[in-house]
Design a protein around this ligand. Structure first.
Ligand SMILES: [Cu+2]
Length: 140
């Protein structure tokens, strides 16, 4: 009885181990290369205004608004295409509009799934030049 119990414990431990290794492998395969871009936002410009990334990259935009609160809203479909089907940018936290508090670093993460030009603009009214405050992410 004792031996049989022992065998069962070992068998269960073995299954758990195999399961863990399997999961680790799947995760490793799903990992994309990461590109980190440091950005600033201030009246009425983002710097840099143009960001180039390779298709398949996980991108982290680290944005800090330096003069006041701004916003960052990015279109998830390439310029010139309708907003239909799978988006070209897969946002990590399922939103595409962010508020950028003054002097607070915000990390905006997405996977660049499809090539194209993705326009972003300020989504918090910040003055006379607000409407012109924009930039683009180009996925190559
Ligand atoms: Cu603004």
């Amino acid at each position: 009885m004792r031996t049989r119990f022992g065998c069962t414990v070992i068998a269960i431990a073995g299954l758990l181990f195999v399961g863990a290794v399997g999961r680790a492998n799947t995760q490793a395969k799903a990992e994309e290369p990461v590109q980190i871009v440091e950005m600033t936002a201030k009246k009425y410009k983002y710097a840099p205004e143009e960001i180039r990334v390779k298709q398949g990259t996980r991108v982290q935009l680290k944005i800090r608004a330096t003069d006041r609160t701004h916003g960052f809203k990015i279109r998830l479909y390439p310029e010139g295409t309708p907003e239909k089907g799978e988006p070209g940018l897969r946002m990590t936290d399922n939103q595409n509009n962010f508020k950028l508090g003054k002097n607070q670093e915000r990390i905006i993460e997405f996977v660049a799934e499809r090539p194209g030009t993705y326009v972003f603009r300020c989504s918090v009214f910040c003055g006379m030049g607000h409407r012109g405050m924009s930039g683009k992410v180009i996925v190559e």
